[in-house]
Design a protein around this ligand. Structure first.
Ligand SMILES: Nc1ncnc2c1ncn2[C@@H]1O[C@H](COP(=O)(O)OP(=O)(O)OP(=O)(O)O)[C@@H](O)[C@H]1O
Ligand SMILES: [Mg+2]
Length: 506
């Protein structure tokens, strides 16, 4: 394993107003799993985009050596030809096309005059089996959850000649069972001699998977160490530059007797009339943090997107907000009645990437910055500054387009936007996905502040430690219905998993 697969030396990359990378050194041995860690905006994705030719030679300073030879990639294609495949933090599949078409897009099999679809489907099935995903290759990618799409991206990378596989937060959108599939896959690939560079904010995974860890902070290399010399705590300390003593700053707090949200016998159907939510009843108290746990596809997001007026199908049952029966037909109704929903899929629902940070944060709260029906620019900027400072957003200034921020900082903008709206009920769907440890801590602190003000909070999360660490009460869903309910004291990982996998209806 001592042979060097690749080296990046003295890499410096500047964007207008930001030095994203400052004289970075990065060296990866052949056949190892090398984790790249650092806070949001540390420069991880940028470094990998340089390695994979997204930022071509000439747009950065420094030197790249692959298999002992200097390389100057001028395009993604050139790095691919050298055996380097990258899977981006942002999904890059074509939703309207089938899984098979996506897998072999730009592949020789697709470049034939007469395409042999049979062969493509058979090949696709092989790759799907290889990654342990049980779906039909003719399924449209749109119909798959974010997590499944992520696995398809990995299969797609593997269809090419790959010596070095770069995964930029591959598990951010995956549930525990899919993470297990991926871990197994990566171990197999290591056996086969594939070198893997792995970016993740989930340090438990890093500890379980990596052979070596490099840490970046503010665009600089802090260290490269073998995993044996590290622990989660040591990695965190190096990442944030100080010690972080607790991960979940849960505070015992008063919970009111009043219901802020009450859902009774609520069922929902998709546009074709198929039931997606089945007779769900629950209450949320003022000042309560209610965790929603369950496996991917359990129907948690669908339930809340529907309650928020985001889907078109029929619904039955009753919804009371702050004691008043409420009919919500579209998201504007929901916002009007005091609901806020922070989506798990920030690209699709959360942000306008071409707009600047200020405009994005005030988008859902225009009434807070309007004066006589005109947006008061000064107030708008002031509110945006307050809330983004609270979130510790890392950006050169608030006029930067949101599309130019690092993944985790984009998530902070989404949260800022909804916090500005002063909601009565705040629904957070995977709120800390892709967010670094320091920022996670800040989000939990903000949740604490909000419940003290009487806001009711729903946390939908696939991270069991997060659900257990922050919730006053936990509900578990499976197959569109509630299958378990536990108080903070009762809840354990084991009980939740039992309810999530075929537990009985409550
Ligand atoms: N296209 C761009 N234009 C301008 N600035 C950019 C661009 N891409 C990245 N940056 C800036 O470069 C810095 C490093 O960003 P990068 O995306 O590499 O961070 P990261 O370590 O991947 O963070 P995260 O964990 O949030 O994904 C950030 O300050 C970011 O705002
Ligand atoms: Mg990134």
């Amino acid at each position: 394993m001592e042979e060097i697969a690749l080296q990046m030396k003295g890499i410096t990359k500047e964007f207008p107003g930001v030095r994203a990378l400052d004289n970075v050194t990065f060296s990866v041995r052949k056949g190892e799993i090398h984790a790249l860690c650092g806070e949001n905006g540390a420069g991880k994705s940028t470094l990998m985009k340089i390695l994979s030719g997204v930022y071509p030679h000439g747009t950065y300073e420094g030197q790249i050596v692959v298999n002992g030879k200097d390389v100057e990639f001028k395009s993604i294609k050139e790095s691919q030809d050298a055996g380097i495949s990258i899977i981006y933090q942002e999904l890059a599949l074509v939703g309207e096309m089938s899984v098979a078409e996506n897998l072999f897009l730009n592949h020789d099999l697709m470049r034939k005059k007469v395409i042999n679809w049979n062969k493509i489907y058979v090949e696709s099935q092989k790759w799907l089996d290889h990654i342990g995903l049980n779906i039909d290759p003719q399924t449209k990618v749109n119909a798959l959850s974010v997590g499944k799409q992520q696995l398809i991206e990995i299969a797609k990378a593997l269809t090419k000649k790959t010596d070095v596989l770069i995964l930029d937060e591959p598990t951010a959108a995956l549930t525990e069972s899919d993470v297990d599939i991926l871990m197994k896959l990566l171990h197999e690939l290591r056996e086969q001699g594939v070198t893997c560079i792995y970016i993740s904010h989930k340090l438990g995974e890093v500890m379980a998977l990596a052979d070596t860890v490099t840490i970046l902070r503010d665009g600089k290399t802090i260290s490269t160490d073998p995993i044996e010399e590290l622990s989660e705590e040591k990695i965190v300390t190096k990442m944030v530059g100080r010690e972080l003593t607790e991960l979940f700053p849960y505070e015992v707090h008063p919970i009111s007797d009043e219901n802020i949200l009450e859902v009774k016998n609520y069922s929902a159907f998709d546009e074709k009339g198929k039931k997606i939510t089945d007779d769900v009843s629950f209450v949320l108290k003022k000042g309560e943090i209610l965790g929603f746990s369950g496996l991917m596809g359990a129907g948690r997001s669908e339930l809340f997107i529907n309650l928020f007026g985001g889907l078109k199908g029929k619904t039955t049952g009753t919804v009371l907000i702050d004691g008043k029966e409420t009919t919500i037909r579209k998201p504007a109704d929901a916002i009007q009645s005091g609901l806020a929903y922070v989506s798990e899929d920030r690209k699709r629902y959360g942000l306008v990437l071409g707009m600047d940070i200020t405009k994005n944060t005030t988008l859902a709260a225009l009434n807070k910055v309007m004066k006589m029906n005109v947006i008061d620019a000064a107030v708008e900027v002031q509110r945006a500054e307050e809330v983004t400072r609270k979130m510790k957003l890392k950006a050169p200034n608030l006029e930067v387009q949101v599309g130019k921020l690092s993944g985790g900082n984009q998530q902070k903008v989404v949260l800022s936007k909804w916090l500005l709206n002063n909601p009565k009920v705040l629904i957070l769907d995977e709120p800390t996905r892709g967010i670094d440890v320091g920022a996670k801590y800040e989000i939990y602190k903000i949740i604490n502040e909000l419940v003290h003000e009487g806001v009711g909070i729903v946390i939908i999360s696939s991270e069991l430690p997060e659900v257990l660490g922050m919730s006053d009460r936990v509900l578990v869903m499976a197959d569109g219905t509630i299958t378990g309910e536990y108080s903070r004291e009762e809840a354990t990982q084991e009980k939740i998993m039992v309810s999530a996998t075929g537990g009985k209806k409550r």
